[in-house]
Design a protein around this ligand. Structure first.
Ligand code: FES
Length: 113
């Protein structure tokens, strides 16, 4: 397993608790986001299972208006924050791809194979 990839400090997350990251380039490009909610950090691939677009249209904005669900702005699919399951929209029943993330000393890391 390769070294964890540093993403940012926990305190650098916007008030929404969501932040996107674009790592690497070409075949190694990885578009992901994290969501920090109720003391739990989760990470997902920024790839909607409907048409495989990124979820957000504005930087770091991944939540719906009520900040209850993750939102794909392309066609309005909503996903649970807890496990990325689509609960409404054209890909209902499908899920975002979770990524392993962790916090150490106030820093957020992506764990990669
Ligand atoms: S691409 Fe996300 S809902 Fe269509």
């Amino acid at each position: 397993m390769s070294d964890p990839v540093y993403l940012c400090r926990l305190e650098e997350l916007p008030e929404s608790g969501t932040k996107g990251f674009l790592l690497g380039s070409g075949a190694d490009r990885l578009d992901l986001f994290v969501v920090w909610r109720a003391g739990v950090l989760r990470g997902y691939l920024n790839d909607c299972p409907h048409a495989h677009t990124p979820l957000e249209t504005r930087p770091d904005r991944f939540l719906d208006r009520d900040e209850t669900y993750l939102l794909c702005t392309t066609h309005g699919a909503r996903f649970t924050i807890d496990d990325g399951t689509c609960i409404s929209g054209p890909c209902r029943g499908k899920s975002l791809t979770p990524l392993p993330v962790t916090i150490a000393d106030g820093k957020i890391f992506l764990l990669r194979d």
